[in-house]
Design a protein around this ligand. Structure first.
Ligand code: ADP
Length: 595
């Protein structure tokens, strides 16, 4: 195991660092000794062809046996070393193990070398120097080990020279001393560079840890921020939903001129509030681990939905809204594409006072791309790099229009998630073009211009806002079960849907009362439920009702809870979901298409 894995510390020379260095050194030397075991076996074997014939057999045999014992002992001792437990004691074991072998090797001077015989001297010297250089690389990082290796190797040679002073071959002896000096110098250099690189590695590791910690902290802060947005908007959405419904229920025609003007202003403010809530909701949903759900659809679906939502607004502002391109069949995430387009289009309308807005669809290398072009106020060049940041609003828009500065941040996040690209070109006073390239594949089809418009403007709204006589007449076949714990909202639902011709059943959400009420209920045609309802949630009650009627009754949860796990859960149980605040007409339209 790498000792540095035990905890990375910035090197400051403290006792913990010393301990860490000691462990790292021991590990390095141990690995090196183990890998050089083969050399300790080969060196004595090399002596057999070199010296067997010229050495007295008894002396040779005794030395060879001693060497064999030393090599085996070294091997056993090395195996016994556990780097992480008590490094100083283990370092001593290592020193003994390697010192034993070099001492036996040093004794070879007295066995094999004839002082006056240049050949035997030279051969033993060459092997000894090789052993010295090899050991130096492995053991110089710890001076005790280095000396435990060098002293037993070199001391016998020096004693040998001293004893045979008059007969020694001096050029060889001198050469050996120079090589020894060089080995010491190299050992010193190697040792200091090893320590430097180790300290650097520790510093790097500590920096990586610090960076990871900071990254985790910023991720946690981001999650906390999203949770805050989700929770805050959840609690505010509930009353907003009631306000929406009550506003829808006021008959503006019955108000006098003064109140009518106030009412219209109030309605506009509520619309802005709704938009802000939904933007907050969108961004908090994108913060959670949202997934891209691909399916096949036709672009015309998006076009119709955008027309439904924005054409009235454009007519009001006298702006010409047009769609260009072919009705491509796409494989991609319809919901995310629509979200991008809705944000771009809402901005285009908001920042354009006259002229036109054009949404154009095309295909780049068989992938869908589209643009939203307006003839609005344009964006100052200094703002262009910043407009995709969260909560960024340029100065001119801050004073003129309502907004949170999140629309383009949402676009940016989605585009990133689908691996697309978003570009903007803009000229002050002339307008802006936002272009998005996706990787969603397209299959060309007929032109959008050729397709009949699905709805005449306002048809849907008129149909759903005032219930017709026919709708009322068929009320008996439209039993609507409602579960909601906000009393004001519940009454608003009851009033609105009764007026719209439904037979409304307000269901209790205390378990006992609910089960008593089950027996009295007619077969429901639709269930509208809040999610958080006392001890049990909307999902539980919907399941109970479906079981009771042995039928998969269409159901929709209208909730302010935006967590992706719940969304997944609803879709698993075939339950639709709508997020508060939502205007009551949309809920009614949804219910009537599902019954
Ligand atoms: P918001 O519209 O709520 O201010 P956005 O994130 O949607 O926030 O846009 C950020 C800023 O980019 C806006 O404040 C506005 O200044 C600028 N902007 C975006 N779209 C347009 C556009 N089509 N025309 C002019 N300015 C725009």
């Amino acid at each position: 195991m790498n000792p540095s894995e035990h905890g990375r510390l910035p090197m400051n020379g403290g006792p913990q660092d010393q301990q860490l260095i000691a462990i790292e050194k021991l590990q390095y030397m141990l690995d090196y000794s183990k890998s050089s075991t083969i050399a300790t076996v080969l060196a004595p074997l090399l002596c057999i062809p070199l010296y067997l014939d010229v050495t007295e057999p008894l002396r040779f045999g005794a030395w060879f046996a001693a060497m064999t014992v030393a090599v085996i002992t070294r091997y056993v001792l090395l195996r016994s070393i556990r780097t992480l437990s008590n490094p100083p004691q283990n370092a001593n074991v290592l020193n003994i193990a390697i010192g034993l072998v070099t001492l036996t090797w040093g004794m070879g001077w007295f066995v094999f070398v004839q002082p006056a015989d240049m050949v035997s001297y030279l051969l033993y010297q060459i092997i000894s120097l090789t052993v010295l250089f090899v050991g130096m690389v492995g053991y110089c990082i710890n001076w005790k080990t280095f000396f435990a290796f060098v002293v037993p190797l070199k001391a016998p040679e020096l004693i040998f020279i001293a004893l045979n002073f008059s007969q020694i071959v001096w050029p060889i002896a001198m050469g050996s001393m120079v090589a020894f000096y060089l080995a010491l110098k190299m050992a010193f250099l190697f040792s200091s560079s090893w320590e430097k690189s180790f300290a650097l590695r520790m510093k790097n590791d500590a920096l990586i840890d610090q960076l990871t910690e900071e990254k985790n902290a910023s991720l946690a802060a981001n999650v906390a921020k999203s949770e805050f947005i989700a929770t805050a908007s959840h609690d505010l959405r509930q009353p907003m939903q009631s306000i929406n419904i009550f506003i829808e229920m006021i008959d503006a025609a019955q108000l006098n001129e003064n109140y009518s003007a106030i009412f219209n202003r109030m309605r506009k403010s509520v619309t802005v509030l709704n938009r802000m809530f939904n933007t907050l909701l969108d961004i908090s949903k994108l913060d959670s681990s949202f997934v891209v759900r691909e399916r096949e659809f036709n672009l015309i679906e998006i076009v119709h939905s955008l027309e439904d939502s924005f054409s009235d607004l454009c007519t009001e502002k006298n702006i010409k809204l047009s769609f260009k391109g072919s009705a491509h069949q796409i494989r991609g995430d319809l919901h995310l594409l629509e979200q991008i387009l809705r944000n771009l289009l809402a901005n285009a309308i908001q920042y354009t006072d006259r002229g036109r807005i054009e949404v154009a669809f095309g295909a780049t290398s068989d992938s869908l791309s589209f643009s939203v072009e307006d003839t609005g106020c344009g964006i100052p060049e200094v703002d262009l790099p910043l407009i995709f940041n969260e909560f960024y609003r340029s100065d001119h828009s801050r004073s003129q229009c309502d907004g949170l500065g999140l629309g383009l941040a949402i676009v940016h996040r989605i585009v990133k998630k689908i691996n697309g690209q978003c570009k903007v070109q803009s000229e002050i006073g002339k307008g802006s073009v936002f272009t998005v390239h996706t990787h969603f594949p397209v299959i060309p089809a007929q032109s959008i211009g050729q397709l009949p418009s699905r709805l005449e403007p306002n048809t849907a709204a008129t149909a759903s806002s005032t219930p017709t006589r026919e709708q009322r007449a068929s009320a008996s076949s439209r039993h609507l079960g409602i579960l909601e714990n906000d009393e004001a909202l519940l009454q608003a639902y009851r009033q609105y849907f009764t007026q719209a011709g439904y037979c409304v059943h307000l269901l209790p959400y205390e378990q006992e009362a609910f089960h008593e009420c089950l027996a009295l209920l007619p077969k429901l045609n639709f269930i509208l439920s809040d999610f958080r309802l006392g001890k049990k949630d909307g999902l539980y009650f919907i399941q109970q009702l479906r079981e009771e009627f042995n039928h998969d009754i269409p159901a929709c949860i209208v909730t302010a809870d935006t967590s992706p796990q719940h969304l997944e859960l609803f879709s698993q149980h075939n339950i639709d979901v709508m997020y508060k605040p939502i205007d009551i007409q949309s809920v009614e339209k949804f219910i009537s298409t599902h019954i």
